[in-house]
Design a protein around this ligand. Structure first.
Ligand SMILES: Nc1ncnc2c1ncn2[C@@H]1O[C@H](COP(=O)(O)OP(=O)(O)OP(=O)(O)O)[C@@H](O)[C@H]1O
Ligand SMILES: [Mg+2]
Length: 344
């Protein structure tokens, strides 16, 4: 029987196949391109995933790019279902196999009933059997997928910064002791980079360019020195132009959001019972999410929290890897998962 873990991230959907030993079978941008005029729901779909992301900022006015999962919530059910169905097709799953499949979805820490019932509706739209659909909160999975050893006596402090959501939580083998998710992530940093380049370099750059700049030259190192030539359009003359952008000028665009997440992390730590706090302090923080790939972000977080830190080997995939491990383990699954069928 097919067993999958699905992480519908704000920027990237990841799917892990647990019954075949194939591991991660899909990682594609959570994007859909639609054409036509009027309401999004009346438009025709032009591209999904990688192909759709490549169109961002390059299409005619009547083509729109939709992120159907935004900041951890399903913001457009029709397009989210269409996208996920297409991803299932891309990994070779047909209707019958989906009906029989066991599927675990990662959900943000502290996800409310409304969010879970949206996920259940989405699963049903995709032809899954809700009796075999599970929801598990992200921090627990990130810890598991990142290789943390969870026990009742040694809680793990996890912090994940993704594309649209950050999760902070203290988890133990018993569940989540304290935690929250917030709508802060890489997209905010990209938007901030766009504004800064417009101000400093008088250049308008698109979202894809901003993301590339962030991922290729940005760093929180005190001696960030990288630079690159960004292409865009001049803010005053409105014609194609380029400018050399400097990493040290852009660090601030990232730091403000990392600082916000740290602020929430500190608030979470303050709520901990004394013994748990002592353990967390001794064991440090466990870091995941794509933003940990930006140089010196982990070091910066460790220094600010005054704790040791450990970064998951594949920070972007920690949650889906954890999902893959959990769906293979009936006992843990029973303990930690909420059943899809309870949310219709
Ligand atoms: N080397 C890199 N490769 C891919 N993404 C990177 C890299 N460095 C930084 N990022 C950024 O990491 C973010 C995506 O991280 P991740 O895949 O963990 O998010 P997500 O799970 O899709 O979203 P969320 O969990 O917030 O809903 C994006 O902002 C992306 O630009
Ligand atoms: Mg994520």
């Amino acid at each position: 029987m097919v067993k999958l873990a699905v992480d519908l991230g704000s920027s990237m959907t990841k799917i892990y196949r647990a019954d075949t030993g194939n591991g991660i079978v899909l990682a594609e941008p959570s994007c859909v391109a639609v054409v036509g005029e009027g309401a999004i729901d009346d438009r025709e779909v032009k591209a999904v995933g990688k192909e759709a992301k490549n169109l961002i900022g390059k299409t005619a006015v009547f083509t729109g790019i939709v992120q159907p999962v935004y900041e951890g919530e399903i913001s457009n059910m029709r397009l989210a279902a269409l996208m996920l169905k297409e991803f299932f097709t891309r990994i070779g799953l047909k209707k019958g196999a989906l009906r029989r499949a066991e599927v675990l979805f990662t959900v943000p820490c502290g996800a409310q009933r409304k969010t879970l019932s949206d996920y259940a509706m989405l699963a049903e739209e995709c032809g899954l059997n809700l009796r075999k659909v599970y929801f598990v909160e992200q921090p627990y999975l990130a810890a598991l997928g990142g290789g943390a050893v969870l026990s009742d006596s040694e809680p793990v402090f996890c912090l994940d910064i993704g594309g649209g959501v950050s999760n902070v939580a203290v988890v133990s083998a018993d569940g989540i002791i304290a935690g929250l998710s917030m709508n802060i992530g890489g997209s905010n940093m990209d938007a901030n980079i766009i504004q800064k380049i417009a101000r400093v370099n008088h250049l308008d750059v698109g979202a894809l360019t901003a993301e590339k700049i962030k991922n290729e030259i940005c760093s929180l190192s005190p001696n960030a020195r990288g630079s690159m030539v960004a292409q865009g359009s001049s803010t005053d003359q409105r014609r194609p132009a380029s400018a050399a952008v400097q990493a040290n000028v852009l660090s601030e665009c990232i730091r403000v959001y990392v600082d916000k997440v740290i602020e929430y992390a500190c608030a979470t730590l303050r709520k901990l019972p004394a013994e748990v706090a002592a353990t967390v302090n001794r064991n440090g923080v466990f870091l995941s999410g794509g933003i940990m790939k930006i140089p010196y972000v982990p070091q910066y977080i460790g220094a600010k929290l005054e704790m040791r830190y450990r970064v998951c080997e594949e920070p972007q995939f920690a949650s889906v890897l954890g999902g893959g491990a959990l769906i293979r383990n009936k006992e843990l699954l029973r303990k930690f998962a909420k059943m899809g069928v309870d949310f219709v």
